[in-house]
Design a protein around this ligand. Structure first.
Ligand code: ZDP
Length: 279
């Protein structure tokens, strides 16, 4: 059987998107593992499905390359929003998308009828430990708490943007061994549902440099929910203003934690190619 797909990237975080409104895919987790493989498949950080919704204009599901399903995906929802608009599946430039992190609101920023960027109301950050979830702290906030990983102690700030994040501020990002540290954070006993980890250097109060190890995907060039979690963590630690540019390996995202307690993320999303998956 052939399945039509499009391939997208947002700041170099790349995804296969499939219109699954006819609900034909029986096992999307297994399909994600096969499609995301960079040698035997299409190659991507995740698989995203466009689905119908009873409570919103569309529903989005995101699977990591290891087959685990994530609640949300910040870079992915920008790609999703642009796909449904560019294909004419909606003519609204602002609409609602049901995700595992609730109903989120992307809006397309147009210039001469062309989509230039996508801004997403990512909802409110979740800061209570047991809701993130982080084990052992009840409903407390985890802001700059000591967390020992591979024999070294870091100051950890934990935030959920629907999916769990652990943000660590470091002096020297370049010398960090992400591939060794990332898996140890991801599987640490604090995190019963595993965790995405962001390592961040503050350049100034409106510019932060971030690198990420993603749960279920490993090192990626960018993480949208991670950029949002990073800004929230920086504000909680009094290191940044409530609006900043987050510089990722694959591009820049603008993030604002507004007075209404919602986090707004703005960035690009580009379709790279389209094809038919055989199998
Ligand atoms: O929470 C998770 O398991 C993430 N790996 C999901 C993907 C998050 C993403 N990088 C983002 O941009 O938010 C796509």
């Amino acid at each position: 059987m052939e399945t039509a797909f499009t391939k997208w990237q947002g700041c170099g975080n790349d995804f296969v998107l499939i219109d699954d409104r006819a609900c034909r895919i029986v096992d999307p987790a297994a399909l994600s593992v096969r499609m995301c493989d960079r040698h035997y498949g299409i190659g991507a950080d995740g698989l995203i499905l466009v689905l119908p919704s009873e409570s919103a204009d569309f529903r989005m599901r995101i699977f990591n390359g290891d087959g685990s399903e994530a609640e949300m995906c910040g870079n992915g929802i920008r790609c999703f929003a642009r796909l449904v608009y560019d294909r004419g599946w909606t003519d609204k430039t602002a609409f609602t998308v049901e995700t595992g992190a609730g109903i989120l609101r992307p809006s397309l920023l147009l210039d001469d009828g062309q989509v230039r960027a996508v801004r997403v109301d990512m909802g409110e950050p979740i800061l209570e430990a047991e809701e993130i979830p982080v084990t052992g702290f009840g409903r407390e906030r985890i802001v700059n708490r000591p967390l020992t990983v591979l024999g070294q102690t870091y100051g950890a700030t934990c935030v959920s943007m629907g999916n769990p994040h652990c943000v660590v501020f470091v002096e020297d990002l370049a010398s960090l061994d992400l591939c060794r540290l990332g898996p140890a954070f991801e599987r640490h006993a604090w995190f019963p549902r595993r965790v995405n980890t962001e390592f961040v250097t503050v350049l100034d109060r409106t510019h932060l440099r971030m690198r990420v190890w993603e749960r279920g995907a490993g090192v990626t060039l960018a993480c949208g929910t991670g950029a949002c979690a990073t800004l929230v963590a920086a504000v909680l630690n009094q290191k940044a203003e409530r609006q900043a540019d987050i510089e990722l390996d694959g591009g820049v995202l603008h993030v604002e934690w507004a007075e209404d307690n919602h986090v707004y993320m703005t960035g690009a999303a580009e379709m790279v190619f389209q094809g038919q998956w055989i199998g």
